[in-house]
Design a binder for this molecule. Sequence first.
Ligand code: 13P
Length: 355
Amino acid sequence: MGRQKLEQTARDLIAEGKGILAADETVSTITKRFATLKIESTEDSRRAYREMFFTTPDVSAFISGVILQDETIRQKNDAGIALTEVLSKQGIIPGIKVDTGAKVLAGSPEEKMTEGLDGLRDRLKEYAAMGARFAKWRAVIRITDRLPSPVCVSVNAHALARYAALCQEQGIVPIVEPEVLMDGSHTIERCEEVTSSILLAVFHALFEQCVGLEGMLLKPSMVIAGKNCSKQASVQEVATATLRCLRRHVPAAVPGIVFLSGGQSEVLATSHLNAINKLDLPKPWKISFSYGRALQDPAMEAWRGKQQNLKAAQQAFYHRAKCNSAAAIGKYTSTLEGKKSAQEAAVHRSDWHDD
Ligand code: 13P
């Protein structure tokens, strides 16, 4: 029964044409993003910002779930209704980020190791009681000529699998997120090589720790050239390399792959997702989105912390959710964007990675 429930939640999260909003930035990350638009960061302003997304009319046609953060999952709206309840009433599944951040890796100080396993079983119990039905844990892998080191890959893969096993024990669907950063000047080929080795290590660890693949989702980065690489790959090249890499390393039992946007512009992130879905190759899993910045940035710019901009911000969010929903079934076209073409928006966006 528990297993069936898990598998059903995983399938609901990747229902046809739907994806996930990642709204789980830590207080320090959201504060930095707010600061670029001179928005004050307080518990109330952060709540108002998140509520703007959660109450966007009809957005549940495109958004299946939202990843929250510890502060948000405990918050209530002005009427005293928990934000998790606000989401559930919209038909959106609440999820929770449960890692406690990527910290310097002892022994390899240029790299990071994601922490948060201590006490995780009890925290998951608490989050489940508050309504969370899925969770997220993000591992961060940096590429240089020498990195990632083998130890960085193995400790992060091990922690992802420990987390996933604990989630499933508590009836929570784990989203397993090994993010290969876009920072750096590496080529797309190097990114594919590193992404392959990470996926290999992660699925090996998941297998060793008896994680049920049918009751989890994978949240990878796309295979893409580093931001500072002089040769940027085309949309078609990114789609081809990404799907090739995933087909080689992600078992067919995994029901869905939901990409992170990783600092790509919102239009580029949508175009890449669309191109991947359009490739004429077998895809054993659903392929959708779990974007943070690529779904939020235009809405944050429209909102700017002002109640009078709420409607414009919700329209901006609705628009991006709709475009990504189309991309999740390979039906996105640039005409859906209105004025803005893919090229106009093809600049990389905010540099603030989450902690
Ligand atoms: P971005 O789409 O902004 O990369 O955020 C997704 C996410 O959840 C990162 O952990």
